[in-house]
Design a binder for this molecule. Structure first.
Ligand SMILES: *Cc1c(COP(=O)(O)O)cnc(C)c1O
Length: 434
């Protein structure tokens, strides 16, 4: 399987190169050259396969030519080495809980897969690679955890000082070893700007081998398909496939689901559940894609004003508007509605959701009110403990702290505080290389 550059289709690379490079030339995202089609006999018998077998079968289509079977099987098994249960919430609504991984958000899946692949690819390389990543919260912890102790890989995480939750900060500032946390006196946009400038700095990239670990990297994006297959495995009513609502920001997660759908996975409809950052809901209404500056909301991991994976969604539909609209709708949910959704979910159904999951639930609930014969799943993308103040404020219920989080509070935060200034950042990067 080759991957082509969406900005320059003649540029084709294998999975290994796409993973190591992250982006193609002209900042183009890589996209699979063909969409694999899984036999319906396999898809309709997923109950007969182990989760590990399913995960390997899916990823083997994309990575099988560059990673030996035994190693890819080990990597995919480790990628999903935690529960991904489908939990009943109400009569026609289920949730797929994606927060049982080590850093309590779905990003663990992509980060675990990518870190292990990169570790394998770098094994025989005499140069080490530096993974640079800017985070608005959950990516940093997942990447730190996934890459901790991986030989040949240094990780530098930039996060905006004072703008991420305490649990999120501890997850990325306590691992140590090959993980360096830079606490930037500025916003997430400042962090991202520093990272972008580093990638385009030729002098720097000659000295340090840089790559990125956000969802534009195929090795983070593609494994997210796995849990859509695991949801179908657990789905009882096989004659009535689910509507799936995905809390969306950068659109990597829902785009992975759409890819699974194009590979034959039965899904009745997708809903991209957004917060006030409504670029995609507006696009589906008007046909105009107008990126804006991100606004802050209660579901901060979805505060994205220019979703970078949306070009992949368009590529999946050959940029045809009508087929896309048939398959995917999108809703924008305000903070007020998010709070009310957290309250209703807890008071009426006894389910404690985080703000992102609550956005997903409300968008689904609205759809099912208009389509009463359908049933749906919303993806619960983070554990409520990552947003304890918001969750307790609206549900009235304090969030029970899992043991893994409790242990974090006794660890020491180690970060390097820097001004949002490229020269300062550059010095730290070069120091880190040693
Ligand atoms: C990153 C994140 C999202 C958004 O996912 P995308 O793939 O960027 O659309 C939603 N919820 C949580 C909790 C996240 O961390």
């Amino acid at each position: 399987m080759l991957f082509y550059n969406l900005n320059k289709p003649s540029e084709k690379v294998d999975f290994k190169t796409a993973t190591i490079q992250g982006l193609g030339s002209e900042k183009g995202l890589f996209f699979p050259e063909r969409i694999p089609l899984f036999p319906s006999s396999w898809i309709n018998n997923l109950e007969n396969y182990s989760d590990e077998e399913i995960a390997w079968s899916v990823m083997n289509q994309y990575a099988g030519e560059t990673i030996p079977e035994k190693i890819l099987r080990q990597i995919t098994a480790e990628t999903i080495a935690f529960n991904i249960p489908l939990v009943s919430v109400s009569k026609n609504i289920y949730t797929l809980e994606l927060f049982h991984g080590p850093t309590l958000a779905f990003k663990d899946v992509g980060a675990r897969f990518m870190s292990r692949c990169l570790g394998y690819f770098m094994k025989d390389n005499d140069r080490s690679v530096t993974v640079l990543v800017a985070t608005s919260g959950d990516t940093g912890g997942a990447v730190a955890n996934g890459f901790l102790g991986v030989e040949g890989v240094n990780v530098v995480i930039l996060y905006p000082s004072g703008k991420i939750s305490p649990v999120q900060e501890l997850q990325l500032t306590t691992p140590g070893k090959n993980i360096t946390a830079l606490e930037v006196e500025g916003s997430f946009d400042d962090c991202q700007a520093l990272v972008k400038q580093a990638f385009s700095d030729k002098e720097l990239t000659e000295k340090i081998f840089l790559t990125s670990a956000n969802s534009i990297n195929v090795a983070r994006w593609l494994p997210q398909q796995i849990y859509y297959f695991l949801a179908w495995k657990q789905w009882k009513d096989k004659l009535n496939p689910p509507v799936i609502s995905v809390p969306s920001g950068n659109f990597g997660n829902i785009c992975a689901g759409l890819l699974a759908f194009h590979s034959g996975l039965p899904v009745k409809h997708f809903i991209a559940a957004c917060n006030v950052n409504a670029v995609v809901p507006e696009y589906l209404k008007t046909g105009l894609f107008k990126p804006v500056k991100a606004k802050s909301s209660l579901s901060n991991a979805m505060d994205v004003g220019d979703p970078s994976n949306f070009v992949r969604v368009l590529a999946l539909f050959n940029s045809e508007f009508e087929p896309l609209k048939q398959t995917m709708s999108s809703e924008s949910i305000s903070d007020e509605e998010t709070g009310a959704a957290i309250r209703t979910l807890y008071r009426e159904f006894g389910y404690l959701a985080d703000p992102h999951g609550a956005v997903g639930w409300l968008a689904l609930d609205r759809w099912l009110k208009i389509h009463p014969n359908q049933e749906g799943i919303f993806l619960e993308t983070a554990h409520p403990v990552k947003f304890p103040d918001t969750v307790e404020k609206f549900s009235g219920k304090p969030v029970r702290i899992p043991d893994s989080v409790q242990a974090l509070f006794s660890k020491k935060k180690t970060s390097v505080k820097i001004k949002a200034d490229y020269i300062v950042f550059l010095e730290k990067l070069l120091e880190n290389k040693r």
